[in-house]
Design a protein around this ligand. Structure first.
Ligand code: UD1
Length: 431
C-alpha cells in the first residue's frame, strides 16, 4: 500500500485545476442504468471510487468506455439491457454509494437485490430513509440476510415523500427512482447540496422532468422512458475547499481554476474570518495567505449551504496553528473526529467532547508518521504536513486515492514537497 511523504515549510504558489466532483460522478454513473441509450459524462474525475462503480455497473450489464476528451476525462456508459439486478455484499461494502444502484434497477426492471452497505468508519450511516422513500414509491422491500430485496412488478408510483432530515443519498436515491415512476413525486425537506442539482440537470437532459433540485422541495413528473445524453460533471467543491485550506495553511497564493467560489461560500466566509484573503473570479477563486498567524474561528457543520462536514477535518488542521482556541462542532456524522489523535501526533492540541472539538492553536507542528482513517481525515493530515517542521508520512493513502485525483501532482506543481512512496507490502483494507 502506498504512503505519501510531505516535507513541510514550502509555500504554495501557482494554479490548481479542480476535477469533476466524485460525489456527483458516482450518482450520475448510476443514472446511466435508467436508459438503454448511451450516457456520456464529461469532466469525469479518474478515481478509485469511479473505477470501482464502473466495475459494478459492468456486472449489471453496462458497457463502460473511458476516453480522454477535449475537456478531460470522459466516460461513456451504455446499458442496453440489465443482465443482473444483483449487487453483492463484497462490492457494496467497499463503496457505500454503490447502494444507489438499487433505485435505478428497480425503476427500470421492477426488481433488484442489493446488499445493505453495512457500517462505515465515520459512523453508523443507516439507509432507512432510502428504503422508506422507495416504499413510498410503491416498492415492496424485504430485508433478508443483509440484502435488500426490492420489487415493483407493476412499476413505481409517484408519491409525496417528506424526509425527517436532509439526506444527500436518500434524496438522490428517491430522485433516481421517481423519474420513471407513474405520476408526480414531491420530495419535501430534501437535501440541497449542489450535487443534487447536477443530478437533476443530467436526468433532465435524459428526458426526465425534475424541478427544484438544489432546494428543499423537489418536484418530479414521472416519464415512461429516458434517453441518452451528454452531461458535464459539476466541479468538486470538496476538492476546491481542500486546496483552499491547503493554501491557507502553507501560505502563498494559489489560484483554483475550473471551479466556482459559490460552491464553498460557507468555507470562504470562515477563511476570511480567520484572516485569509479570498477573491472569486469567473473560473474559480484565488486564496492568499500572508505571514501573520491566523485568527481562531468557530465552525459547525450543517447540510448545504452550511459548513460541509467533508471540509471539517481540513479546517481543523488549519486551526491547529491559529492564534488562540477555536471550536469545531460536527453535527452530521457521530464519529468524524478520527483525525484528532493523528493531528495530535504532529503536535496539535485538541480535545474532544461529544460532537465538539476544542483546538488550541500551537506555534508549530512537527512531522511524524500518521495514519489515514477515512477520505477527508486523510487529506487533513496532508494539509497539516504542508506546514509541519520536517517530514510527515501519511500511511494508508488508498483513502486519498478514493477521492483526490493526482493530489501529489497538483500540490507539487505549486511548490509543495510531496511524494508518493510506492507499496509498503501491507494489503489495502476496504472500507
Ligand atoms: C453524502 C456524501 C458524503 C457527505 C454526506 C453529507 C456521497 C457519496 N457522500 O453521504 O461525502 O459527507 O453526504 O454531506 O455523496 N441518514 C440516516 N438514514 C439514511 C440516510 C442518512 O439516518 O437513510 C443520516 C446519516 O447517518 C447522516 C445524515 O443522515 O447523519 C446525512 O447523511 P447523508 O446526507 O445521507 O450522507 P451520504 O449521502 O451518505
Amino acid at each position: 500500500m502506498d504512503r505519501i511523504a510531505i516535507v513541510g515549510g514550502a509555500k504554495l504558489n501557482g494554479q490548481i485545476p479542480i476535477s469533476g466532483a466524485k460525489n456527483s460522478a458516482i450518482k450520475l454513473m448510476a443514472a446511466s442504468l435508467l436508459t438503454d441509450e448511451p450516457l456520456r459524462l464529461t469532466n469525469m474525475p479518474r478515481l478509485a471510487d469511479t473505477r470501482f462503480l464502473g466495475k459494478l455497473l459492468q456486472r449489471l450489464g453496462a458497457e463502460v468506455v473511458e476516453a480522454e476528451g477535449p475537456d478531460g476525462g470522459e466516460t461513456l456508459l451504455t446499458t442496453r439491457e440489465i443482465v443482473s439486478g444483483f449487487a453483492p455484499y463484497d462490492l457494496v461494502r467497499q463503496m457505500r454509494a454503490s447502494f444507489n444502484v438499487l433505485g435505478p434497477l428497480l425503476a427500470r426492471t421492477g426488481q433488484a437485490k442489493v446488499s445493505l452497505p453495512g457500517g462505515c468508519t465515520i459512523g453508523a450511516r443507516p439507509v432507512d430513509l432510502h428504503l422508506k422513500a422507495l416504499e413510498a414509491l410503491g416498492a415492496r422491500i424485504d430485508l433478508h440476510e443483509g440484502y435488500v430485496y426490492a420489487q415493483a412488478p407493476r412499476g413505481l408510483k409517484g408519491a409525496v415523500i417528506n424526509f425527517p432530515i436532509n439526506s444527500v443519498g436518500a434524496t438522490e436515491h428517491a430522485m433516481l427512482a421517481a423519474v420513471l415512476a407513474d405520476g408526480d413525486t414531491v420530495l419535501e425537506n430534501a437535501a440541497a447540496e449542489p450535487e443534487l442539482a447536477d443530478l437533476a440537470e443530467c436526468l433532465n437532459a435524459m428526458g426526465a422532468k425534475v424541478s427544484g433540485a438544489g432546494t428543499r422541495t423537489v418536484h418530479i413528473q414521472g416519464v415512461s422512458r429516458l434517453h441518452g445524453a451528454t452531461h458535464s460533471v459539476i466541479p468538486d467543491r470538496i476538492e476546491t475547499g481542500t486546496y483552499a485550506v491547503a493554501a491557507a495553511m502553507a501560505g502563498g497564493e494559489v489560484r483554483l481554476t475550473r471551479t466556482r467560489g459559490h460552491l464553498i461560500q460557507s468555507l470562504i466566509d470562515k477563511l476570511i474570518e480567520a484572516g485569509v484573503e479570498v477573491t472569486t473570479h469567473d473560473d474559480g477563486l484565488t486564496v492568499k495567505r500572508g505571514p501573520d498567524r491566523l485568527r481562531p474561528v468557530e465552525i459547525e457543520t450543517a447540510p448545504h449551504p452550511g459548513f460541509a462536514t467533508d471540509l471539517q477535518a481540513q479546517f481543523m488542521a488549519l486551526m491547529t496553528l491559529a492564534d488562540g482556541e477555536s471550536i469545531i462542532r460536527e453535527t452530521i456524522f457521530e464519529n468524524r473526529f478520527m483525525h484528532v489523535p493523528e493531528l495530535g501526533r504532529l503536535g496539535a492540541d485538541i480535545s474532544v467532547q461529544g460532537g465538539e472539538a476544542r483546538v488550541r492553536g500551537v506555534e508549530a507542528l512537527t512531522g511524524a508518521q500518521v495514519m489515514a482513517t477515512d477520505l477527508r481525515a486523510s487529506v487533513s493530515l496532508v494539509i497539516a504536513g504542508l506546514a509541519a517542521r520536517g517530514e510527515t508520512i501519511v500511511n494508508r493513502v488508498y483513502h486519498l486515492d478514493r477521492g483526490f485525483e493526482r493530489l501529489e501532482e497538483k500540490l507539487g506543481a505549486c511548490g509543495a514537497q510531496v511524494r508518493r512512496l510506492k507499496g509498503d507490502g501491507v494489503e489495502a483494507e476496504v472500507e
